[in-house]
Design a binder for this molecule. Structure first.
Ligand code: G3I
Length: 367
């Protein structure tokens, strides 16, 4: 990074700090026009953004990336059940409120993630009777959706409904909510969320559908069946979210995934957690980055050919904040080297993946 780039970054940080509160949204919008990924995507009819945690309030350089490139923000962990409610009877709204206020004053579309997920129940919830779990389910949805009504634009109401490995009928993911209501918890959650905010867009967010193996195909079938059932039942549903945690070590057929997306007429389709696991790629950074970039481009080219895809969200923006670092440290990846799954590196520089995404957005506009 050259001296002048550092100076100009410092100058920008100083300018933003000096601006009066009322002028911030305008100043941020002006920054984004300067070649930000969000602007490039918008020209192709796509809302682009990333997930974020409260680290953006401590790391000013990281925050600048969001201000420059993102038109949408997803709460990474801070609106999850276990983060809002770490203990029985206690609500911890601070971090979620802070992120919501940030999105509001910078003009970003806020995506709430996630109301109901069978994977993140704190111990206190697991210890309750099924009747109590049912009460907490309704209370949780009503309280959280009502609090952010008018501020959250899209709710991931149910996260990851399917996991065939759990052996439940229909391939549903096991966990307290499924145990309390059976698969009907999905419909119930959507209806409760709609009652608490008549205007927010309601989404089901699913993983692994991009994969072209037994797991991916089984989850795709599950999603198709679930959407048909929800339609028959008159349940409110506006958006399907597909996470897009691409793992090139597994089989993929992007065209088959795009064909699957085309089944869902009348729904918005969002890519909600995009990143590329580079564990199977060569260690040399240039080669690795080129392969990650190619994966981004191939995937986005296929899905952006589907007209209903109107949102693309990265899961964080810079490599050192990716969840893959936790997996690498825990020895859960094939390699312990620092992962490079995102469009920016740990010095906040654009990587080949950034240019691959920009190219995919520009090609959609030209098509
Ligand atoms: O902050 C604590 C830290 O104080 C503590 O020392 C450390 C010890 O484990 O834990 C830290 O918290 C971790 C947190 O990530 C940090 O952000 C939690 O243990 C860990 O469970 C949590 O993982 C999150 C995971 O969901 C589970 O909630 C990841 O950050 C988050 O990126 C990930 O996001 C999921 C989406 O919700 C759904 N799709 C898949 C995606 C990636 O796994």
């Amino acid at each position: 990074m050259g001296m002048s780039a550092n100076l100009s970054r410092r100058k920008t940080l100083g300018l933003l700090a000096a601006l009066p509160a009322g002028g911030l949204a305008h100043a941020y919008a002006a920054r984004r026009k300067d070649g930000g990924l969000g602007e490039i995507a918008a020209r192709a009819g796509v809302t682009y953004g990333a997930s974020a945690g409260t680290v953006i309030f401590d790391d000013a350089e990281y925050r600048l990336l969001y201000l420059k490139h993102c038109k949408a923000l997803t709460t990474d962990v801070d609106m999850k059940f276990d983060w809002l409610r770490p203990e029985a009877g206690k609500w911890d709204w601070g971090p979620a409120d802070r992120l919501a206020a940030f999105a509001e004053r910078t003009g970003m579309t806020l995506r709430g993630h996630a109301l109901i997920w069978n994977e993140n129940a704190p111990d206190w919830l697991k210890a309750l009777s099924l009747a109590e779990i049912r009460r907490v389910f309704d209370e949780h949805i009503e309280t959280v959706v009502a609090r952010y009504a008018g501020r959250v634009a899209v709710w991931d109401v149910v996260n990851e409904p399917f996991w065939p490995g759990h052996g439940k009928p229909g391939g549903y993911r096991a966990g307290p909510w499924h145990e309390a209501f059976g698969p009907g918890y999905v419909e119930r959650a959507l209806k409760r969320a709609r009652a608490a905010d008549p205007h927010v867009k309601l989404a089901i967010n699913e993983a692994h559908c991009e994969r072209d193996d037994d797991v991916g195909r089984a989850i795709r079938e599950g999603m198709s069946r679930l959407v048909a059932q929800l339609r028959d039942a008159g349940a409110p549903l506006d958006v399907l979210g597909f996470q897009g945690h691409l793992q090139p070590g597994r089989p993929y057929d992007d065209a088959a995934f795009a064909a699957f997306l085309r089944r869902f007429s009348g729904l918005e389709l969002h890519i909600t957690e995009l990143d590329v696991n580079d564990e199977t790629f060569p260690a040399a950074i240039r080669k690795r980055d080129a392969l990650v970039a190619r994966r981004y481009h191939d995937f986005l080219s296929a899905v952006l050919a589907v007209p209903a895809v109107n949102t693309v969200i990265n899961w964080q923006l810079a490599d050192h904040y990716s969840w893959y670092n936790d997996l690498a440290r825990a020895g859960q990846l094939r390699s312990r080297r620092a992962p490079r799954p995102l469009p920016f590196d740990s010095a906040y520089r654009r990587k080949p993946a950034w240019f691959a995404m920009a190219r995919a957005f520009r090609e959609r506009k030209a098509a």
